[in-house]
Design a binder for this molecule. Structure first.
Ligand SMILES: N[C@@H](CCC(=O)N[C@@H](CS)C(=O)NCC(=O)O)C(=O)O
Length: 209
């Protein structure tokens, strides 16, 4: 008999540089669910049929489940992943839940700004809009300042809010390395360093670009 490996129940369509997908991949590892969810490399810009058939928005991540429709949008996917075993990374109720979801939303916004800036910078020089680049950069600076001042709410937490913020900070290193955010935000840098040492982060490190 040939061993063909375990057939997993679910597939996460993902790309190695997507911070939204990395958030889901890190959560899968933290919760010990690697054997239940296959991570499938699916470059969204190639418009692969497998992605478009489950997510007409053409974005990764998307989670294909054995029963029930595929899930899209990383907050929803993470919410679902968190229900798959008892170790909750998103509190089930009350203010602690709202705070973790708020942290995830701030992290997602930071990812959005970083991507918006990169898209603008990737245009030919004569078609770049300085006003948009300035706007995205100002938003990133304000968000970092807010995270630094609010760090007491998450810096010692091991939950999905802290994980999301750490992933967003890593994405700054990938796409906006020249910012050198650590110099102005040493406490955030220490927070990020602790998360970067976790297996969920070392195993999902994006390739150097
Ligand atoms: N809000 C979405 C954002 C997903 C997203 O923008 N993914 C990017 C990769 S980082 C993508 O697939 N982009 C392709 C496109 O926009 O066409 C989430 O949280 O999952």
């Amino acid at each position: 008999m040939t061993f063909i490996g375990r057939l997993t129940d679910m597939q996460l369509l993902s790309s190695p540089t997507s911070p939204y997908a990395r958030k889901c991949r890190a959560l899968i590892i933290e919760k010990g669910l690697e054997r239940d969810i296959d991570v499938v490399n699916t470059p969204p810009l190639d418009d692969p049929a497998a992605l478009l058939s489950v997510n007409p928005l053409g974005k990764v991540p998307a989670l294909i489940r054995k029963s029930g429709p595929a899930l899209i949008d990383s907050p929803l996917i993470c919410e679902y992943i968190d229900t798959l075993n008892d170790e909750r990374w998103i509190p089930e109720r009350a203010e602690s839940r709202i705070l973790v979801l708020r942290q995830q939303a701030i992290a997602a916004g930071l990812m959005d700004l970083t991507i918006g800036r990169r898209i603008e910078l990737n245009r030919p020089a004569n078609r770049r809009y300085r006003q948009w680049i300035d706007r995205w950069e100002a938003g990133i600076a304000r968000t970092l300042a807010m995270l630094e001042s609010e760090r007491g709410q998450f810096e010692r937490s091991v939950d999905h809010g802290a994980l999301s913020i750490a992933v967003a900070l890593s994405y700054l290193d990938l796409r906006y390395a020249e910012l050198d955010w650590r110099s102005a935000h040493p406490a955030l840098a220490s927070f990020h360093e602790r998360w970067s040492a976790r297996e969920s982060f070392t195993q999902t490190e994006p390739p150097a670009v």
